[in-house]
Design a protein around this ligand. Sequence first.
Ligand SMILES: [Zn+2]
Length: 385
Amino acid sequence: MPNYNEITLAKELIRFPSITPIDAGVMKFLAKKLTAIGFKCKILEFKDKNSKPVKNLYARLGNSQPNFMFAGHLDVVPPGNMKDWTIKPFSPAIKKNHLIGRGANDMKSAIASWVVAVNNFVSNNKKINGSISLLITGDEEGVAINGTKKVVDYLKKKKEKIDFCLVGEPTNPNKLGEMIKIGRRGSINAELTIIGIQGHVAYPHRAKNPSTSLIKILNEIKEIKFDKGTKDFQPTNLEVTKININNTADNVIPGLARATFNIRFNNKHTSSSLKNRLNKIFKKITKKDKSNFKVDYRVSGEAFLTRPNKTTYMIQDVIKKITKIKPKLSTTGGTSDARFIRKIAPCLEFGLVGKTMHKVDEAVSVSDLKKLTKIYYNILENYLK
Ligand SMILES: [Zn+2]
């Protein structure tokens, strides 16, 4: 077995400037490392007519079940203002016991920890009772069209059975061990256009001002009490994110008024139940005002929850043993690729501390990284031995 170390491997991964959706050779590099451990690797490139091609990786070690999968991404967000960085973002360095570099936190280091944990586990065990696999995408930070979503479809088609999936995204707000994510809220964006009739402000009876209906609608939808939240989820919330009337004259009643809003919803709703409810309000108000509306919805994901099972509690115990903190089972935060994987396997997310995600001088504590390798090793040991 090769002699891998999580810090060295994390640095090697960070050196590839894999700014989403560019691969920069990182997928092939990781595949080579995994092949040396004994994995069978398949690089899956997907394309779509409206989006750039993306490289993904599915790797599996062993043929028997259960198959324990780790999921993550090797793409990173752009570095932003280079002048604000104390190092070059793709030339990682260790300062004050922190590894700094773009992707150090989100989430190349967690992938390095997982690979080292697997390598150690395979070295220490002649035979494993099951399989270990990895699903690594290059399209998590981007549009998420040619990434995990399509790998999941591929795995379904190949009848590849995944018994449990651990997503290695940074889940801890401040300290390693604080938080496991067992589900995520759903997210839906909507762009609403109210269509009126343009005219002279002095002759309102000859025009139809769309802003009047828009204001009433936004007021009514913001007042909706969707729910009070559940044991596992925060209450559903709607936020207006844009209001736009593209009018350059002060003496013209505009013909169109637009607003964009986002809803983060729990598992008491689905995107279609919410759409139905909102559409009724749009119809009611525009009918009364004799205006018209058009609405475009974009659903990023439905709410989901993996009910805690014995693997969840095993992982919670392992984390507690190593960090001395009992992690909370949470569903807070944004969406992640678990929204796609949950269609083929129960999912849980646990990774590093997410404080510096997407920031300049993105960093990870070296001791956290070593602890994470231990945690991942113990999870494998408990699950597969
Ligand atoms: Zn991430």
